[in-house]
Design a protein around this ligand. Structure first.
Ligand SMILES: [Ca+2]
Ligand SMILES: [Ca+2]
Ligand SMILES: [Ca+2]
Length: 392
């Protein structure tokens, strides 16, 4: 590999402003962009003679690219905005060259905007500080997703703003730079990137979507000194990342348990469609749980046992929940435990107080398993939930 280190990591110009304390080498570059708001002279992309900030073919240096990209922003009030990001888009890449194998993309930046007019903005930006290979990249100091919703469709004025993903991932499905090996710096290089993303901001707004872009660029070198942060986020390779990484695949060991709605009734198996071949059968119509196993352990009350029963979510503090259980001690209701399908979280309610926390609900043939862990729940302490729910 040849080495061409940059004084200021190019991708840092946006993301590192918010990662001041991050120890990664990408976050520790000088703060020219942060201090002055201008682009540093040593920013690699600003030096790129082919970088015209567009991919629509109006530069002689680049051939017109190809873009498919669709994103949905989901707001906490249940509204959503879906847009095509290819009206104005850009793929920027740097490469590590090798005499024996085709170039690797050492770093990548993607920008998608629903508008090609400068005065309107509905965009998402992806930063991959080190793209070592296809795989799942959890958001970090060097992997970032940010988006702006000022002029997005179906977005109320209340939801307009600029957001940054605090959790989530960029899932790179494939990276293709052709088959030519060697030092290709300065040559035209056709690069294709395909993948998906899902990110959640601190205020709970979610962005998700897929992209497939191909563009010819003038190859420039950049040897990243960052660590490859790629992980296996889609073990069953069904194009859905597991819930532990912020994805929607509730069972990442079984490609048959899908996040897509096969029968078109509005629910996937992960959304608790117990028969995804029959649109007449789904949550609320034949998919209700009828038996419960397991329960909770409460740190503050060791040995506590509760009798659990189903109650109608519509009559509880979590009417949007997919199912709700009352836990009672000696027939006195003590705890309400529910699964909030909209945010895929456990909902717990004690006398007057509600709590949510990440939870997993793993469908399988015999029963669905619902687990969660909540820390410091009022004077109950830590609560660990482990339930087995069956349709029969
Ligand atoms: Ca999967
Ligand atoms: Ca379905
Ligand atoms: Ca169904």
């Amino acid at each position: 590999m040849r080495t061409f280190l940059l004084a200021t990591p190019w991708w840092c110009l946006v993301a590192c402003v918010e990662a001041k304390d991050d120890p990664s080498p990408f976050a520790s570059g000088d703060r020219v962009a942060e201090d002055t708001g201008t682009t540093p002279a040593d920013d690699a992309f600003s030096e790129d003679p082919a970088d015209d900030d567009t991919a629509d073919g109006d530069s002689g240096a680049r051939r017109a690219g190809r873009c498919e990209a669709r994103f949905t922003v989901r707001y906490l009030d249940g509204t959503a905005s879906t847009f095509d990001g290819c009206a104005d888009w850009d793929l920027e890449t740097r490469y590590a060259f090798d005499p024996d194998v085709p170039p690797e993309i050492s770093a990548a930046s993607l920008h998608f905007d629903a508008w090609d007019e400068e005065s309107f903005v509905c965009e998402v930006r992806l930063q991959l500080g080190y793209l070592c290979a296809a795989g799942t990249y959890p958001l970090s100091a060097q992997t970032g997703v940010s988006w702006s919703t000022q002029d997005c469709p179906d977005t109320s004025a209340y939801h307009e703003g600029n957001l940054t993903g605090s959790t989530g991932y960029i899932d790179v499905w494939s990276v293709d730079n052709g088959r030519q090996a060697g030092d290709l710096e300065g040559q035209d290089l056709l690069t294709r990137l395909r993948g998906a993303l899902r990110a959640v901001s601190d205020d709970g707004t979610v962005i998700e979507g897929t992209f497939d872009v191909e563009q010819e660029v003038v190859a420039a070198a950049y040897a990243s000194d960052a660590t490859c942060e790629r992980v296996v986020g889609d073990a069953d390779r069904d194009r859905a990342v597991n819930v532990a990484l912020g994805g929607l695949d509730c069972n990442d060991d079984d490609p048959a348990v899908s996040t897509t709605d096969e029968d078109g009734d509005g629910y996937s198996v992960c959304d608790l469609d117990c028969d995804d071949t029959d649109a007449a059968v789904g949550p609320g119509s034949g998919c209700d749980y009828v038996s419960i196993g397991g329960g909770i352990t409460v740190d503050g009350y060791p040995g506590l046992t509760m009798a659990w029963s189903f109650v109608d979510p519509a009559t509880t503090p979590c009417p949007s929940c997919a199912f709700t259980l009352w836990g009672a001690v000696d027939s006195t209701p003590m705890l309400l435990v529910a699964y909030d399908r909209a945010v895929r979280a456990a909902y717990l309610w004690t006398f007057g107080e509600g709590f949510t926390s990440p939870a997993t609900l793993v469908p399988s043939g015999a029963y669905d398993r619902f687990t969660f862990h909540m820390s410091d729940v009022s004077d109950w302490g830590d609560i660990e939930g482990d339930f087995y729910l069956s349709y029969r």
